[in-house]
Design a protein around this ligand. Structure first.
Ligand SMILES: CC(C)(COP(=O)(O)OP(=O)(O)OC[C@H]1O[C@@H](n2cnc3c(N)ncnc32)[C@H](O)[C@@H]1OP(=O)(O)O)[C@@H](O)C(=O)NCCC(=O)NCCS
Length: 208
């Protein structure tokens, strides 16, 4: 191998070795729920990276979210993450790609109510290259299994803009059913759009 070849080759080798060395740490670090291609761990302040801020300022990602109406900065992201710290009623998890250890989005369980035994859930896969692969189905499967089995919740609620077909389709695959439509609830891309509320009882849950 010539020096030139070594110079071109070695950064890749080094990166591969770094990733290999980092993997056990990434896998075990703060992992909470492990799936096939992803795992969930608590969202931490160090997750407030430039990439995360970019997701929130990307209109494709936030099209159907309330988030994104105002500009995001590292500080607004940190504030959001801080709002979950120490909370037992609102939990935020980072979705991490197991192959690379990359944080690719978040999934949340909010308004956990111990009397009614309900909560609501939301998801954002920020890294668009991970769209279209059923990752939301896997992430929600992990989160909902945890909500039903470990937190002993009874019913989970989700809301979506009616045009958000990928989200609604994923929720329906998990067993959610549409319980109601709210007419012209949200202002999305220049028009008022309907939203739907979906509900899932433990008995109807169909995880991946
Ligand atoms: C919406 C989101 C969660 C979807 O996650 P995803 O894992 O990329 O979902 P997929 O693209 O794999 O699609 C899920 C299902 O919807 C179907 N689908 C997606 N787009 C569709 C379309 N335009 N028409 C018909 N079906 C569609 C897919 O075929 C798939 O169904 P299948 O499993 O039966 O094949 C993800 O794109 C995201 O986080 N977006 C940004 C934030 C957001 O909108 N969050 C949800 C708020 S409620």
């Amino acid at each position: 191998m010539t020096m030139l070849e070594i110079a071109t080759f070695s950064p890749h080798v080094e990166r591969a070795l770094d990733e290999e060395a980092a993997r056990p740490f990434l896998e075990n670090g703060n992992r909470f729920l492990r799936g096939e291609r992803i795992y969930l761990r608590p969202l931490e302040l160090t997750d407030a990276t430039a990439e995360y801020v970019r997701w929130l300022n990307d209109a494709d990602v936030t099209r159907y979210l309330d988030t994104g109406k105002y500009p995001a900065t590292r500080e607004t992201v940190r504030e959001y993450i801080r709002s979950f710290q120490g909370s037992r009623t609102n939990l935020a998890f980072a979705i991490v790609d197991r192959a690379t250890g990359r944080h690719i989005g978040n999934v949340t369980l909010n308004h956990i109510d111990p009397i009614h035994r309900t909560a609501d859930t939301g998801i954002m896969i920020g890294s668009k290259q991970f769209w279209g692969r059923g990752i939301a189905y896997e992430a929600w499967s992990l989160l909902l299994g945890y909500a039903f089995d470990r937190l002993n919740l009874r019913k989970i609620i989700a809301g979506a803009v009616r045009d958000n077909v990928a989200s609604i389709r994923t929720l329906q695959k998990l067993g959610f059913v549409i319980e109601g439509t709210f007419r012209e609830e949200k202002w999305v891309e220049g028009r008022y759009v309907d939203t739907v509320r979906l509900g899932l009882f433990r008995e109807a849950f169909r995880p991946k």
